[in-house]
Structure formats: C-alpha cells, structure tokens
Design a protein around this ligand. Sequence first.
Ligand SMILES: C[S@@+](CC[C@H](N)C(=O)[O-])C[C@H]1O[C@@H](n2cnc3c(N)ncnc32)[C@H](O)[C@@H]1O
Length: 290
Amino acid sequence: MSEWLPLPTEDGSFTFFSKTFNEAFHSRFGAKQEAFLKFAQATDLADRAAQPSICLLDVCYGLGYNTAAALEVIWTVNPDCHVTLYALELDITVPQAAIAPPLIDIWSPPIQDILTAIAQQHHYITANLNATLLVGDARRTIQQLHPINFQADAIFFDPFSPRRCPQLWTVEFFTLVAQCLISTGKLATYSRSASVRAAMLEAGLKIGTIPLGVGHQLNDWSHGTVGSFQPPPHSLSQLEQEHLQTRAAIPYRDRTLSDSAETILQRQTQEQQQSQLESTSSWRRRWSLD
Ligand SMILES: C[S@@+](CC[C@H](N)C(=O)[O-])C[C@H]1O[C@@H](n2cnc3c(N)ncnc32)[C@H](O)[C@@H]1O
C-alpha cells in the first residue's frame, strides 16, 4: 500500500503528509486554493497567457497542483498558448500516488491526463505542451537547465518549510534558480520568512510581498514572496522591511550544494548567535505579533 494517504484540506481538495519532513504538502486552508493564489495568480499567468508561448519551472512538483492550476489558468485564457514545463521532484512516488482518485478529480479531464502522463512517463508532448519531470535532488537537477538555456516566465518555488528543508532555501540554490528566470519573469513562493527573503535578495532578485486577502490570521503579515528582476507590484510593508533587519534575516548557506539539513541549520544558528542585529522576538513585540 502507498505510504501517501489523502488528507482533506478546508477547500475540499486533498493533500499528503510527509513523515520524513513531518509536514503536510499544502496549507490546511486549501491545497487547490493555494496553487491558484500563491503561484498561478502571483506570477500573473492570466495576463501572460496572451503570449503565444509560456515557459514554466515547477520546483518541488509534488502532487503537481501548481502545474495543474497554471495550465488551467493559461488555457482558460488562451487555449492555443504553447507551454514548456520543467518540473523538479525528489520522490517519484508522490506524483504517482497523486494521480489516483479522489486527489486528481479536482482537475479538468485534459489536465488529469497530463498529470497522469507526467507521473508515469516523465515526458509528455502534445500540440500545446512540452513537459519534462526531472527526478532527483533539485540542487542537482536544476543544473541540467543551464546548458540548454531554459528561461522561465514563471517559477513556482514550493519546497517544504525552511526549517524542515533548508537545503532548498539557501542563497546558492536560489542563485541557480534565478538563473532560469527571464528578465520579465516572476518567482513565487508561499514563504514570507526573513531568511528566505534575504537569500532571494542575495541571489540578485528584487522582492515583493503576496498581500493578505480578507479573513487572515491576526498575527500573519503576508501570503508569501514574489521575486523578479523588475520592481515588484506589491512592495514590502514597513513591518516586513524591519523583519529583514533582524537576526531572522540571516540566510541559509550551502556553498557546495550538498550539505545536510542539519549542517545548514547549525551554520545559520552560529551566525545568528554572533550577530549584532536586533533579535526577532523584539521585532515581534514591537509589531504586537505575539
Ligand atoms: C511542499 S511539497 C510540494 C507540493 C507541490 N508543489 C504540489 O503542488 O503538490 C514539497 C515537495 O518537495 C519534494 N522534495 C523534497 N526535497 C527535495 C529535493 N531535495 N529536491 C527536489 N524535491 C524535493 C518532496 O518530495 C515534495 O514532493
């Protein structure tokens, strides 16, 4: 039996829970909603779909929800838009388990066929899609995209959370990912952590926030972060800018792109202990976040 058991989220779509990372794959508020809001919408896919072609990079493909939401949005606007997709995923059993009902039923039949083909064949070519799933550690597989000069209009950046999977939130990994972003492109992630934002800045990206909608938690401040080479549409608030001046903004580093999570976390803790920056708890108190 598969180790992946469907777990319902609040919008009726399902997610998985990883025992290895001790974390769910999506927000409990809604897996499908998260894919549309924090990834497809945050990277302006509805507007970009007017182009004759779009290139997508899905970092941490998982159940394929970010890819699925993107394709639904693009082809609703322009069914003729040609999509080139590269997706990176460590564990092939995840996309394979996700193509069974009830998980896959949330997508339209053509998108179900695509998710199934990607999970089973890793390559899928039709008149308006050229999709490739690269299986392995994304720190390695991303390096296959540089020689072919792959440049994405939109990058979905969706690893497990920074404390659980720091190896994919380092300055060095963001630098490799940013090399795959076209000058007008956008990278979106659900994380609004200061260390993640600092790593994105050090990788050469400008950053903006994904603003909260209605009904958010009182002590929350953002739905995530957008990185681009152009000024972001939603600048960081004063609260967020001050967050970047605290010890929480010391980024993860992994110079050889091969360190363990433990080594990367320890390195950051040591740097934080030696830092003269304001403590993050004092910043939280100033902004009444506790
Ligand atoms: C939060 S989930 C992604 C959810 C996914 N975007 C979706 O819509 O279903 C994180 C994914 O990252 C994968 N992962 C973990 N470490 C990885 C690594 N080093 N390289 C590539 N993928 C990794 C996990 O197997 C998991 O599928």
